[in-house]
Ligand binder design. Structure first.
Ligand code: ADP
Length: 540
């Protein structure tokens, strides 16, 4: 073999050193308890992350040991994102919206040794403390609460650091992070991210054709840092040296918009429900917030309805629609247009941008209909399968999870999709959410997207309910906008031009709110349970 390049591992430690060396004065801004805004910098993040790494090593952390966080999005969480992997440890972000018994299960399953917890979340920790065995609990006292017995003050812990921390000699395939799936589809499963996967994901995220992040940006980590690395935003900001803004626990649209304006945020990433709240605030109070020119965003985690995409365009926040999952770090596809599509008619362009997009470099995609891969014709549905350098190869300590991977090495996503001739994916549904009516499939996602395009609808979920003749039929559960008068015949008439009549929901139920998962997705399992005994009025 010819001699080629140096063997240089892709690790987060390179990113940490780089940001400390090149961008020490760039601001890191965080909303802290009490809602005040704290200004710190990448120089501080670098120093404190290294201090954390040094002290974790001195406390006996070994390579691959898990350090959990139970924290809101803020600057100390960034230190953990960087400092735990720097020590050779694995950062395990805990979802603070889970129930105590779920958290206990996850902490025990992951065998976490240390926990870093925000003092405002101490009561949550205490609700499962007796069920877990943690060696150290470090309390971040941003609200000034006293440190409970058995816990330590995070500041005092890192203050002991001498500053002469030496990075371990890490292999790029070693573990750096860990996240459990949010359990929408059963028991939470642990996914372990390698340094290499996180670095490559950050490089990909920043690409102009993905989320287009450069050092010039002001980036807000709006998606929770406990959910798939906040979509990849914090590490991408560190890699590029872009100013980073954290909203803390103040996630209502007005607080977020206030911070968009005051920090002149140019990029944020969130699930569509969060963007919907932001759009509604912008529409109801025109001119109240002066957003940064050129602001853009990413929406992913569930399908971005075309009406929301259009609405955010009108407000000057164009979205890139991405698809991914906990198992894929998360981003696999992004929906930016190809150069020649810019000349396409407007409706066609929106149709493409509302798709989940084309795969990133190194990501391979296919849809499988039975044993055959489906053609890229924009119509034939099949299970979406993916492979690539930031796709997990297994679940942590879960041998029975193996069926998720095909025998030829692809991740079976559990999503039904079609791929069009341009290579753009459209997620039709999760397999278990598809409505099987008389031998045909109806996409709940298509119906939901069409229903929320009605100006009087705030949110909608469509679920399968069993039917004596057709096996299953669609039931729409709709949240009207405040003060709006909606009824079944209006909505059926609104949908009729877009669907065959057998695809239309047979009934519409109007409710005040819908159940969501801990990560802001519709909780269809709960709805299916609630409407299990639904009786169809007229059986046709
Ligand atoms: P959970 O499986 O617990 O919801 P994940 O965050 O890993 O946790 O969810 C991944 C799933 O979310 C995907 O398999 C897909 O069903 C859905 N999803 C993610 N992004 C999109 C998107 N842009 N459009 C439609 N569905 C999406």
């Amino acid at each position: 073999m010819l001699g080629t390049m140096m063997r240089y591992p892709l690790t987060l430690n390179s990113l940490l050193e780089r940001v400390g060396q090149l961008f020490p004065s760039v601001e890191v801004v965080a909303r802290i308890p009490g809602k005040s805004v704290l200004r710190t910098s990448y120089g501080e993040a670098h120093r404190r992350a290294r201090a954390l790494a040094e002290m974790l090593q001195k406390a006996g952390l070994r390579r691959g040991d898990r350090v959990a966080t139970l924290m809101w999005n803020q600057h100390v969480h960034l230190e953990a994102y960087l400092g735990v992997p720097a020590a050779g440890g694995v950062l395990h972000t805990l979802n603070l919206r889970l129930a105590p018994q779920e958290l206990a299960y996850i902490v025990n399953h992951a065998q976490d040794r240390v926990l870093i917890v925000d003092d405002v979340l101490l009561s949550l920790y205490e609700s499962f403390a007796a069920q877990v065995k943690l060696e150290r609990v470090l309390v971040v006292r941003l609200s000034g609460a006293p440190v409970p017995a058995g816990c330590e003050d995070y500041e005092e812990f890192i203050r002991e650091a001498s500053g002469d921390f030496q990075y371990p000699d890490l292999d790029e395939n070693e573990a750096a992070g860990m996240c459990y799936t949010s359990g929408t589809t059963g028991t939470p499963k642990g996914v372990v991210y390698s340094h290499r996967a996180l670095v490559l994901h950050a490089m990909n995220f920043a690409l102009p054709d993905v989320c287009c992040i450069s050092q010039q940006d002001v980036v807000m980590a709006l998606a929770p840092m406990f959910h798939v690395n906040a979509h990849g935003v914090p590490l991408t900001a560190v890699m590029t040296g872009a100013k980073l803004v954290f909203p803390g626990r103040y996630l209502d649209p007005e607080s977020v918009l206030e911070l968009f304006e005051s920090e002149q945020v140019t990029f944020a990433s969130a699930v569509p429900t969060v963007w919907l709240g932001i759009l509604q605030a912008l529409e109801s109070q025109p001119g109240r917030w002066k957003l940064a020119p050129g602001m853009h965003g990413m929406a992913g985690g569930s399908a971005l309805p075309e009406s929301l995409l259009r609405g955010l365009d009108r407000q000057g926040i164009p979205m890139t629609h991405c698809w991914g999952m906990t198992e894929t770090t998360p981003i696999v596809t992004a929906s930016n247009l190809k150069s020649y599509m810019r000349d396409w008619p407007e409706d066609r362009r929106y149709e493409m941008r509302a798709r989940q997009g084309r795969p990133s470099p190194f990501m391979e995609i296919r849809t499988m209909a039975g044993d055959d891969s489906a053609p890229w014709d924009g119509a034939t549905p099949g299970e979406l399968q993916v492979k690539g350098p930031w796709v997990a190869a297994s679940y942590y300590n879960m041998p029975q999870g193996g069926e998720r991977w095909s025998s030829d090495g692809w991740l079976r996503t559990g999503d039904v999709a079609n791929i069009d001739p341009e290579g753009y994916v459209k997620i039709v549904d999760r397999i278990k959410d598809l409505i099987k009516s008389g031998g045909e499939w109806i996409s709940s996602v298509d119906l939901e997207n069409a229903i929320v395009a009605h100006p009087d609808v705030r949110e909608a979920a469509v679920i399968a309910v069993s039917h004596p003749k057709w096996q299953e039929r669609p039931l729409a559960v709709v949240v009207p906008r405040e003060g709006a008068q909606l009824n079944t015949s209006t909505l059926r008439a609104f949908l009729a031009p877009k669907f065959a009549s057998w695809q239309l929901p047979d009934a519409f139920v109007f409710v005040e709110q819908l159940p969501h998962t801990s990560t802001g997705k519709l909780l269809k399992a709960a709805l299916r349970k609630q409407y299990r005994d639904w009786v169809w009025e007229k059986i046709s």
